[in-house]
Design a protein around this ligand. Structure first.
Ligand SMILES: NC(=O)c1ccc[n+]([C@@H]2O[C@H](COP(=O)([O-])OP(=O)(O)OC[C@H]3O[C@@H](n4cnc5c(N)ncnc54)[C@H](OP(=O)(O)O)[C@@H]3O)[C@@H](O)[C@H]2O)c1
Length: 330
């Protein structure tokens, strides 16, 4: 049996696309004692993969040229040499862009496919959903009646974070790039408002929808968006730096001008990486699963078909990002 993999063949400068990857075939590995052979069904496409493709980061060794791309995936156990797993079980794993892979049993999370479609375990019930959970509750600490602004609100983290803040009776305003996305945020996810920044300036949108100012800015974007949001911070507000997707393809990052606002607003700014909180993930997962089951937390996935479409899918989240979580059906 052959194992199809997608490997990085060139370090990207600027936007990442299909020219940076190649498809190769290897032998399917055999599991050793304590290990499990998994057939991937879906691989995850996440913004941080762009960073891995360039240099080692504070949360990963990075992906070297000639190596298989890393990523979360959802797969099925094909052969098990671990007492804890049986063939046919579905698992969440970190096997990267390939059809088959071997993992130690202790690195796998069993998942229940009756709870949600498999791709959702890479989104709302996976790393991005857990990120939103901690970003909102541990660091954002929203209180009922407070005003929360969320950038990249139609992405996986943003749409989950916004719904969690709504559950806490906050006024939630999302930032997105199209009318369709804004409509989805307000009509489907019950955000209070959505600012289409391709139509109006962010500054005007915040003035219109949050004349009282912001108690929490949940930043997925960085750059000029963050700089503008800083201008509207209220006294004792919080800024959660979850991600900086607008900066990942740039050589020279945007230099913030409005840092002074943190001082005058007595605001706190907190950056975090969800991988540092792994020992607390089970608590977040059980809450997210409960809310998805109760239909209190909605989710949406976009599926690319065929492992070879993974590079195109990665490019898409930086160019024409669809609403929700992007995954590739292997
Ligand atoms: N701190 C952590 O541990 C952690 C964990 C997971 C994710 N993150 C970060 O969270 C952010 C969102 O991730 P996600 O999983 O929600 O991604 P996603 O589901 O793939 O969605 C990507 C989002 O980014 C927006 N976007 C793309 N390029 C942009 C640009 N140049 N300027 C502004 N917005 C842009 C897209 O919307 P539009 O096209 O409508 O703008 C889309 O909403 C990223 O910055 C990611 O790195 C951090």
């Amino acid at each position: 049996m052959q194992n199809k993999q997608v490997i990085l063949v060139k370090k990207p400068e600027g936007l990442i696309d299909e020219s940076h990857f190649s498809v190769v075939f290897t032998d399917v590995p055999s599991p050793k004692e304590g290990e499990v052979l998994i057939k991937n069904h879906y691989v995850s496409i996440d913004p941080y993969l762009r960073l891995l493709s360039e240099e080692p980061t504070t949360f990963s060794r990075g992906v070297k040229v000639g190596s298989r791309m890393e990523s979360w995936s959802v797969g099925e156990v094909i052969e098990s040499k671990s007492h804890s797993f049986e063939p046919g079980q579905y698992v969440l794993c970190y096997l990267g862009w390939q059809q088959y892979g071997v993992c130690e049993g202790r690195d796998l999370r069993k998942i229940d496919p009756s709870l949600a479609p498999l791709p959702a375990f890479l989104g709302v019930l996976g790393m991005p959903g857990i990120t939103a959970y901690f970003g909102i509750f541990r660091y954002g600490k929203p209180q009922a009646g407070q005003t929360v602004l969320i950038s990249a609100a139609s992405g996986t983290v943003g749409m989950t974070a916004g719904q969690l803040a709504k559950m806490h009776s906050c006024k939630v305003i999302g930032i997105a790039e199209t009318d369709e996305k804004c409509q989805y945020l307000v009509e489907e996810l019950h955000f209070d408002h959505a600012i289409n920044v391709s139509r109006i300036k962010l500054e005007e949108g915040i003035k219109a929808y949050a004349p009282e100012g912001l108690d929490l800015y949940y930043d997925n974007v960085g750059g000029e968006t963050l700089d503008t949001a800083l201008l509207f911070l209220r006294k004792n507000s919080r800024v959660v730096i979850c991600g900086m997707i607008s900066q990942y393809n740039l050589k020279t990052p945007y230099a913030l001008k409005n840092f002074e606002r943190l001082h005058s607003a007595r605001a706190t700014l907190k950056g975090f990486i969800v991988a540092d909180l792994m020992s607390d993930w089970p608590d977040a997962i059980s809450k997210l699963e409960k809310w998805v089951k109760e239909k209190k937390l909605k989710h949406k996935e976009n599926i690319f078909h065929g492992l070879e479409s993974a590079p195109k899918a990665l490019n898409s989240i930086f160019t024409k990002a669809p609403i929700g979580k992007t995954v590739v059906e292997v």
